[in-house]
Design a protein around this ligand. Structure first.
Ligand SMILES: [Zn+2]
Length: 1040
């Protein structure tokens, strides 16, 4: 097989074979048969299709996962799923009018409407005078910023790449009956090597060696050399929390911290690894551990629902032994941590079933294994993992398809304990997250070098923003930190109405600019000298970066031939694959892919539907699919004050597995907060880990079926995503259905395997496996609900729905998701009926999160929202890992003027205060205080009019409230305890995410105040309900 295989799939551009377009991939809903989903994956889908033909209901998943439920006792007043046009339900937006907004309500128009012709270089928004923004040390520091995981010690063991004809993921159940190399391809020379004593490399423990070995009893003969992150030594501090909360406090203290397994009980005794347990022993009764999750909460009465610290992920109800080995929820999460036994139970719960993944997350501890044999199931190709069972020392049973497989000879040696005969103690069966150095049969071609091509807008508009000098300086600063090796290549293209190439061939005294003005039929002037070896030509590259900003300083060229520039870049990268970084500052208006403005500024605050959420042309999508076929990913940096039609341009990244960055109103002088964000983001972008020519496959236990993926990628087959690049900041989600009853199963497993080429040219496979219990009762399903994962998945589904159907439809569907699940809970899971709006404790935040989504930039109506900002929010919801998406949905509010060290975290020498998370309501604000709102990409520090003098002087360094500058973007570095605490907390928040949130310090009369107040989602606004009103609305619908 060769790349031609997916060329043919990707290149048609008709959309019929693609499953990942907004236009082709409607949340498994109104899809005519055959479209939008692969033909070899029929069963679950057929059912959905049958329903789809019914009038499109507002629910997000009325058809697929939602089978008609046999009418229960109370269904008379509540129509079952299939008959859910649900027209009688009033839309949120058109409820009877409300009383006038509270005084603190945001004004409806946060931004002045700007109706400007696209191509004009207009002066950006109001000038910002202060330039004293934060210039401290880099906030986002990763333990392993680039290159392979730090703890692999045997680079020599990686065989030189060989050409091989075997597929990366050999398909089909008929594995060849060959040697103990269970998955050796016929005719594959490399795989049939002699049974040499393995070149198998231990789990490296350089890190562990340095760390204290931990209590001796803890890993007695069990796993002596595990790095510290695997020893569960650091229990989360808050011990007064419910156990489930405790367990999951970890996920949010993420960022550059050791990878943590879920805390569990004591490890398995010697020789009794969980992998040896039969599945029947594995699950345990739910009763003992979930009373809190099922505690009945009357939402109308219980106001303080937020836990004091960020909401933790629930812990699946597994035996401690299994849970201890389970995958971290930071990497792998399921909306239901107890899987319903049948689709009909799932239908009754009215909750979506799906997975949320952060597969390439930076981990400071990652076991890396080099072995000539990667043990996989012969039938379904699952990688051996902690949740398989060993029948004896020679045979293991696959936990996904239940086939019994042989244990290869090599596996009998345990490199960790250096002992023989204990296959269940191998690192592969002790770690739910592990990385393999892949042998040559995992290669379609020799691993590509790291290739970086930068495509830069140099039109007048671009020069006006001043981004070019920031970009060039950033690249100069980080050029030695670009991930790669001696083969790394770079190249540059600039464009306005013409395309400019740069000859950087070694030996030239200075870079040569080559201008191609025929943009209709683009060609490469000197194909061999445009992408050059970075090491050999570094000086020329540096020369170019130093001169570029001046080169176009005086340009008057206003046109933008982006489409042609992308075509040229694609041609240049096609032979190798690589990463294309595109910087664009305006609507492309010349040549192929030219666009026209579609935004009507007068409609930004419309309470009705929003138009133009789908692409205006399929040019960018088609090109992205071509790129994907040649292992090229396109990352888009959009820096613009004007409408750029992100809905269309974003397709170039979406289908090529790239990323989209957006800096609205970027200007080097007028918007220092954006400039700093751009600089910080660039540094991270240029230096973060990268994987090339990647594919990700997600497998699950027989009976479960995956459909509908969310994120940036191209779906190559039912369970295989094509990712020309993979980066550590990308999240994914998938929806699932239950095709066959899971009657005789106690647990099921999910496995994500990411095969990629490292920047050093190694082929690697990162494997994550998660195990979850199967339950039969509806209450148990509810008890295992993961409200954040559910919200994150619903957000993805709602984005698709907004594009394929309409925004109002998506909004109704989200509201109905809350109504349906709470209604089902009341009717089918509650044993004692009582008045009120009742929810199980684990879902108590569900209505709040739904309301938050309705008020989120992506989905809100009636509030002025620029189309590009809305579309960007939609991209973010689909692409961000869950933890970051949740901050966008439900920001965190903290009081900062009374920070103390009580309950503070101690990380290294830093003491990080941990203020309580407050409800998002002006009720919680006080004029005497200072409050930080953390909304993910942006933070606001609001200073009350009567703010304590102490905070003003000790933290802000001003003498009075009136002296707080109008524009302030940084906390001054004062030598006071208050200043240190405040800065420690803010930078700790920033450290936990891979992008850089800007900080706006605002007084009460600031023009940014409406932006701050828009996040007070529990309050009523002119166009949206308060939380309490929303609850009443839900209750009314439920009791109908
Ligand atoms: Zn299997």
């Amino acid at each position: 097989m060769s790349t031609a295989g997916f060329n043919s799939q990707n290149g048609t551009g008709t959309g019929q074979t693609y499953t990942n377009g907004p236009s082709q991939n409607p949340v498994a809903l109104q899809q005519p048969s055959g479209v939008g989903y692969s033909v070899n994956h029929q069963p679950a889908y057929n059912q959905m299709q049958a329903k789809v033909l019914a009038p499109p209901g507002p629910a997000l998943y009325p058809s697929g996962p939602y089978q008609p439920v046999p009418p229960g006792p109370q269904v008379g007043s509540y129509p079952p799923a299939p008959a859910q046009p649900l027209l009688p339900r009033p839309q949120i937006g058109i409820l009877p009018s409300h009383t006038p907004p509270q005084s603190a309500s945001p004004s409806p128009g946060p931004r002045p409407a700007q109706a400007t012709p696209p191509a004009q270089a207009t002066p950006p928004p109001p000038a910002v005078t202060s330039t004293s923004y934060y210039t401290g040390p880099p906030a986002w520091q990763y333990a392993a910023p680039r290159g392979p995981a730090p703890n692999h010690v045997n680079p020599a063991a990686a065989a030189p790449p060989l050409m091989s004809h075997s597929s990366a993921q050999p398909p089909g159940p008929g594995a060849p009956p060959t040697s103990i190399h269970g998955f050796t391809q016929p005719g594959d020379v490399a795989g049939n090597g002699p049974q040499a004593p393995n070149s198998y490399n231990h789990v490296d423990n350089r890190m562990a060696g340095a760390a204290p070995p931990g209590p001796p009893g803890r890993h007695l003969g069990h796993y002596p050399s595990l790095p510290p992150g695997y020893q569960n030594t650091s229990a989360p501090p808050p011990s007064s929390l419910h156990p489930a909360l405790q367990a999951a406090t970890q996920p949010y203290t993420q960022g550059p911290q050791p990878y943590q397994q879920q805390p569990g009980g004591p490890g398995p005794g010697p020789g009794a690894g969980p992998a040896q347990l039969s599945p029947s022993m594995a699950a345990m009764s739910l009763q003992s551990s979930t009373p809190e999750a099922l505690r009945v909460v009357n939402l109308l009465q219980e106001r303080n629902l937020l836990p004091p610290a960020p909401v933790p992920a629930p812990t699946p109800c597994l035996t401690q032994d299994l849970q201890k080995l389970n995958c971290s929820p930071e990497v792998f999460r399921c909306t239901l941590t107890s899987i319903p036994q049948t689709q009909s139970v799932l239908n009754k719960a009215k909750l979506p079933l799906g997975l949320l993944l952060h597969p390439f997350k930076d981990l400071s501890q990652l076991p890396v294994v080099t072995s000539s044999t990667i043990v996989r199931c012969r039938s379904c190709r699952t990688y051996i993992n902690p949740f398989v069972s060993f029948l004896d020392q020679r045979r293991w049973k696959c936990n996904l398809c239940y086939r019994v497989n042989d244990v290869p000879e090599e596996f009998m040696y345990n490199p960790v304990s250096r002992s023989y005969g204990e296959p269940h103690k191998r690192p592969e069966v002790q770690n739910a997250t592990i990385e393999f150095i892949a042998p040559s049969e995992y290669m379609l071609r020799p691993p590509q070098p790291a290739v970086y091509l930068f495509v830069l807008d140099v039109s007048h508009n671009a020069v006006e923003t001043g981004y070019l000098s920031v970009f060039c300086q950033s690249l100069l600063d980080n050029i030695s930190a670009l991930p790669g090796d001696s083969r790394t290549k770079v190249g540059f293209i600039t464009f306005d109405s013409t395309i400019h190439f740069y000859n950087l061939q070694e030996g030239l005294s200075q870079p040569q600019m080559l201008i191609v003005s025929d943009i209709e039929d683009i060609f490469l002037p000197t194909p061999d000298s445009l992408l050059v070896n970075l090491n050999e030509c570094k000086e020329l590259v540096q020369d170019l970066l130093k001169s570029l900003p001046n080169l176009f300083e005086k340009t008057m060229e206003t046109q933008s031939a982006l489409g042609s520039a992308l075509q040229a870049a694609f041609k240049l990268l096609s032979p190798t694959g690589g990463r294309m970084s595109v910087f664009q500052t305006q609507l492309p208006n010349l040549g192929v892919g030219a666009l026209q403005s579609r935004e009507d500024p007068n409609q930004r605050a419309s309470a009705k539907d929003v138009q133009h959420l789908s692409p205006a042309t399929d040019f960018y999508k088609k090109l992205a699919l071509d790129c994907s076929g040649q292992q090229v990913a396109v990352d888009l940096f959009l820096l613009s004050a004007q409408y750029c039609d992100l809905a269309t341009l974003g397709c170039i990244s979406r289908y090529s597995a790239g990323s989209v960055y957006y800096y609205p109103s970027y200007h080097h002088q007028h918007n220092p907060a954006q400039v700093e964000r751009f600089q910080r983001d660039l540094k991270r972008y240029l230096t973060r880990k990268i994987g090339f020519e990647a594919v990700m496959r997600i497998r699950c236990t027989k009976g479960l079926s995956i459909h509908t993926f969310h994120g940036n990628f191209f779906v190559r087959s039912t369970d295989l995503l094509s990712l020309p690049n993979v980066n550590p900041d990308a999240g994914f989600a998938v929806q699932m259905s239950i095709e066959e009853n899971l009657d005789d199963m106690q647990v099921v497993s999910f496995q994500a395997a990411l095969l990629y080429t490292s920047s050093k040219g190694e082929r690697r496979i990162r494997v994550h496996t998660m195990c979850l219990p199967v339950v039969s009762s509806l209450s148990d399903v509810f008890a295992g609900a993961d409200v954040q994962a559910i919200t994150g998945l619903l957000a993805c589904m709602a984005v698709d729905r907004s594009v394929t159907s309409s925004l109002s439809d998506a909004r109704d569907a989200m509201t109905n998701a809350a109504i349906d699940s709470l209604s089902s809970y009341r009717q089918s899971a509650l044993t004692i009926q009582q008045p009120g709006l009742l929810a199980p404790a684990c879902l108590r935040l569900f209505p709040l999160y739904i309301l938050a989504l309705l008020k989120q930039k992506a989905f809100r109506t009636g509030t002025s929202t620029r189309l590009d900002e809305r579309v960007f929010a939609m991209y973010q919801l689909k692409y961000q890992p869950l933890a970051f998406a949740m901050l966008m949905i439900h920001p965190a509010l903290y009081r900062l003027d009374d920070l103390s060290d009580e309950g503070a975290l101690n990380i290294g020498e830093r003491t990080i205060p941990q203020p309580r998370v407050l409800q998002l309501s002006v009720e919680k604000l006080s004029r005497e205080g200072a409050f930080l709102l953390d909304a993910g990409l942006v933070m606001y520090l609001w200073i009350g009019r009567n703010c304590h003098q102490n905070f003003l002087s000790q933290v802000l360094g001003v003498s009075s409230y009136a002296a707080v500058p109008e524009k302030l973007y940084l906390l001054p570095e004062l030598d006071t305890a208050e200043s240190q605490r405040t800065r420690a907390f803010v930078s700790w928040l920033r450290d936990q995410r891979p992008f850089f949130p800007s900080l706006h310090i605002i007084r009460d009369e600031s023009q940014l105040k409406p932006h701050f107040l828009q996040n007070m989602i529990e309050d009523r606004t002119e166009s949206a309900l308060s939380y309490y009103e929303f609850l009443l609305h839900l209750q009314q619908q439920i009791s109908k």
